[in-house]
Design a protein. Structure first.
Length: 250
């Protein structure tokens, strides 16, 4: 349904809204549905509700938004703008014909004439943003993080349901997570940690290298007059001496 990766912004619904599975809810969505600007002759933006089943915003069927535990909504944002390259081309043509630079008033009039001529033939850019609402907890996820999108979405939500959205942060999320009273009391005493703005101080220290000195092997005494057989005898004497000592102690 959603992208496998991406970012979202979490909100809590602050206030009362219609039952998400009632006719009043879908009627509220339809009241702020998306409206096309394909034939508009001016630069403008249109934002409104749609569903995955009908991205035009003409219908809002419950089966298109109901996911049992939550509701899947979509916000469509269309933007229509005159391409700057066309303004530069027509301006260059006009200046070559006039043999001089255009004044500020003439440039404005040229742009307005181009908008009337070209914008009705230009298709707007289309953006679809997913919204997931969990009615039981009042948690809402907006799958977009730009500041302009968040602002426009909060305005659209208020126009639709006459209630606000409060952006979540770690403290508010913890408060609504079902912690007991003692844990919540401890949470109120937690203070945020502010990291230094100085990059030199914020950067972690380089790891220290552990230097281990090599241990020199124990010196071995070599008797020039001894041979392998003598060494073997010494080894046997040590074993017998250790056994005799153990027997004496017993």
């Amino acid at each position: 349904m959603f992208r496998r990766s991406g970012s979202f912004v979490a909100f809590f619904v602050d206030g009362r809204m219609p039952d998400p599975r009632s006719a009043a809810f879908t009627e509220a969505l339809a009241g702020q549905r998306f409206r096309s600007i394909e034939s508009a002759a001016s630069e403008e933006v249109s934002i409104g509700w749609v569903t995955s089943g009908d991205p035009t915003g003409d219908s809002f069927e419950l089966e298109d938004i109901d996911l049992d535990r939550g509701l899947w909504l979509q916000v469509r944002t269309d933007k229509k703008k005159l391409p700057a390259v066309w303004v530069r081309i027509r301006r260059a043509q006009a200046e070559r014909s006039a043999g001089r630079k255009l004044s500020a008033r003439e440039r404005k009039e040229l742009k307005e004439a181009l908008m009337d001529e070209l914008l009705p033939r230009i298709l707007p850019s289309v953006g679809l943003t997913d919204v997931l609402l969990e009615p039981k907890s009042g948690l809402l996820l907006l799958f977009g993080t730009s500041t302009s999108l968040k602002d426009e979405f909060q305005k659209l939500w208020f126009r639709t349901f006459a209630c606000n959205l409060v952006e979540c942060e770690p403290h508010s999320l913890a408060q609504r997570s079902g912690l007991d009273r003692d844990a919540l009391a401890y949470l109120d005493e937690v203070a945020p940690v502010r990291w230094s703005d100085d990059p030199a101080q914020a950067a972690p220290a380089a790891p220290r290298k552990l230097v281990v000195a090599e241990q020199a092997p124990a010196p071995i005494d070599h008797d020039d007059d001894s041979d392998d057989g003598d060494n073997s005898d010494d080894h046997d004497d040590n074993e017998f001496g250790a056994g005799a000592e153990a027997e004496a102690m017993a």
